[in-house]
Write a protein that binds this ligand. Structure first.
Ligand code: SF4
Length: 372
């Protein structure tokens, strides 16, 4: 059995560490690129969203590499995600990969135990202590990656030489990927946090603060959003993304099992405008806007084309009492970088004018240096 999975940001790194330690034959498809998207688009039903298409492209590339057990999350929520794995398996069979199985992970229903049981099955029934210890190591990698990325989001906005933080981030990802024990991992994390702190920064900079909200996959997979965070960094904007895989894992896999729902606060904020879950992250998008209207200069809302939950959220957000400029970017195979950059530049220009005119919600204090 050869195992693989679609990409979603750097998530492949903790899974690679976990599977290698369990001696599972694991292959990683190429980082999502134009070919991935073309493959996914070619074989997907036209009206499906970009998470489906890119994931399918990744699965086809993995099948080309000989993988025959392809991991896909499934959910019992309201959106189409629940049907993805089944549809993708059927498409793979139809295009000639008859021996491929899509292994479904029902995280929303079975939480941590469901994930661990799937890993145990893929690892030929390895012992629980071994699975738990390798899972822990993978989680430590995930936490290190996200901790560094949070700092990169701040540094991009104020670095003197644009692109320096991104270069260091790429090196950090590589170092964390290669780290084979806790000590090396800890040293890599500390080293790159220190190097990010030492990047020369503009001492006068008062960067705009923009929240990035929207659908889970397009928030986390840079290829699907045309690397919007880096582009905002080049324009001198600090971003706060609502979702990181490490925090999602902490709440959804651990705390949720103990009855703690991290989304309660967000849902409460959305209640005057939307009373129930509408699938995906639609409810959360409305709540995030309401919650952060006074904190951010603006919000960028990432929505896959044809994503019903985010379309509903997009239509509710302009009418909330809590007002803040929002730019919705539709993510699709038709979206071009030039089109996105034009919109980003216009949006950032608007936010700068608002700030200069003093009509922003509230001045904010920007911490410079000492980011770690
Ligand atoms: S939330 Fe939207 S984009 Fe995400 S899987 Fe569901 S329909 Fe597709």
């Amino acid at each position: 059995m050869r195992v693989s999975m679609p990409h979603m940001g750097n998530l492949y790194i903790p899974f690679k560490a976990l599977f290698q330690r369990l001696d599972i034959d694991f292959v990683i498809p190429p980082i999502s690129n134009q070919r991935t998207l073309s493959l996914g688009t070619k074989y997907s039903p036209e009206g499906l969203c970009i998470p489906f298409k890119l994931a399918l492209g990744n699965l086809i590339e993995a099948a080309e590499m000989g993988a025959d057990a392809l991991i896909m999350p499934v959910g019992n929520g309201i959106c189409r995600l629940g049907y993805y794995a089944q549809t993708q398996e059927q498409i793979l069979h139809e295009i000639g990969y008859a021996n491929v199985r899509v292994v479904r992970i029902g995280i929303s229903e079975h939480k941590l135990l469901g994930l661990l049981k799937t890993i145990k099955y893929l690892a030929n029934n390895a012992s629980w202590p071994r699975i738990i210890s390798t899972f822990r190591f993978g989680l430590t990698k995930l936490n290190a990656l996200d901790r560094i990325e949070r700092i990169v989001q701040k540094v991009r906005a104020v670095e003197l030489v644009k692109g320096t933080a991104n270069q260091l981030f790429a090196q950090a990802v590589d170092a964390i990927d290669k780290a084979d024990d806790y000590n090396t991992l800890k040293k890599a994390q500390a080293d790159y946090l220190d190097r990010l702190d030492r990047i020369p920064k503009d001492p006068q900079a008062q960067p705009l603060l923009v929240g990035i909200i929207g659908e889970f996959y397009v928030l986390l997979e840079p290829f699907s959003n045309l690397d919007v965070e880096s582009e905002l960094g080049k324009l001198g904007v600090e971003v706060r993304r609502t979702t990181f895989t490490s925090s999602w894992t902490k709440f959804s896999l651990f705390l949720n099992s103990l009855g703690i729902n991290e989304k309660d606060r967000i849902h409460r904020a959305a209640l005057p405008y939307l009373k129930r879950d509408i699938g995906g992250e639609g409810w959360e998008s409305v709540g995030e806007k309401v919650l952060h209207a006074k904190e951010y200069d603006g919000i960028i809302h990432l929505a896959p084309f044809t994503c019903m939950p985010e379309v509903v959220a997009q239509n509710i957000m302009p009418s909330t009492r809590e007002s803040i400029p929002i730019l919705t970017l539709i993510c699709d195979e038709q979206t071009t970088k030039t089109g996105m950059l034009t919109r980003l530049e216009a949006f950032v220009d608007l936010l700068q004018r608002k700030r200069r005119a003093g009509t922003n919600k509230q001045p904010r204090v920007t911490v410079r240096g000492g980011y770690t």
